[in-house]
Write a protein that binds this ligand. Sequence first.
Ligand code: NAD
Length: 368
Amino acid sequence: MASTLITRRKLIQTLSMSGAALLLSPSGLLAACNTQKRGLGVALVGLGYYSTDLLAPALQLTKHCHLAGIVTGSPDKAEAWKRKYNIPDKNIYNYSNFDSIANNKDIDVVYVVLPPSMHHEYVIRAANAGKHVWCEKPMAMTAKECTEMIEACKKNKKSLAIGYRLQHEPTTQAYRRIINTGQLGKIQKVDCAAGYRDGRTDHWKQKKELGGGALYDMGVYAIQGARFGAGTEPIAVVSAKTSTTRPEIYKNGLDETTEAVLEFPGGVLATIKTSFGENVNHLVVNAEKGTLEVRPVQQYNGIRAKSPLGEIYHDYKVPMQQAMQMDDDAQAIAQGKPMMVPGEEGLRDIHIVEAIYKSAASGQRVVL
Ligand code: NAD
């Protein structure tokens, strides 16, 4: 069993060894980290839940990038973040003056953490401002938008990475290696589910025009689980169904739950399910030499895989996935290497999302 434990104690030891100020209280630790200006400067765009609870704390743990700036429409949030993270006024932008970030040498990377319907616009504006771009999942609303985002980054010679944190996660990487190296023999069938009970009624996740619906949000994890479990790319959506038990919240055909069957080369079928109505979280791969089960398959820690080859589990604390993701991406940019999870990976999933919705609407098989 592989085991990795990265603790605050280790971080403090690392800082001590690197000669950083020895401030051992949590707020002192943040201050010590943030004044170090390690590696690339990152500006977070959109200071909602994910930026506040996961990405900003993760940027205090990273070794190859640091929180350098913010973009927000809320002056109150700007003030609070400025004080908490010691961000200079010149690195604080709003949505109107965002493009002038082009002139700011402290910012190397713009990380777009907005509702999905806004990813297309902000990724393109960031690339045109001459910044590398990290973009949260789901990459965008349509494959056409994804393609335009990839082209904008290429045109400006900037890197584009999608925030699929699990692709940087050690248990996920290990089970994918087992599948990809054929250690379980021929894959026979796959089942993946990713969802949770969302009690909110008026968030962007419940608004179609902002990129809501379970398939865009959690469905991309189920799609990725199916792709990783099959070890290849799907060739068709065989069938799909969207539904809701709360039509007063999930209106105008917005999916609270989506189920689909994907077909992979060789006739391998994968069932996927995603939902805002129930907690579901697993990947089961039936193969010639046994079954691989990953439970949970998507979570901020605790990913656990079991197969006839043994158990895989890595012990780390939240928000280590996000720190690993941003460090991988920052290092790749610094070394001029390709992104581990490029725009093309986000495009792949949105192409499948579109085909699933098309199959659900038509009742037909849709070839990918
Ligand atoms: P959130 O609603 O908490 O935050 C969204 C932010 O966008 C807020 O600060 C809000 O003020 C701002 N915003 C600007 N214009 C807006 C508008 N017109 N409508 C609504 N909000 C607007 O959302 P979140 O959970 O932080 O999600 C943001 C992105 O991060 C999404 O793409 C989501 O899928 C992604 N995310 C990823 C993970 C992950 O594990 N990779 C986890 C959570 C969220």
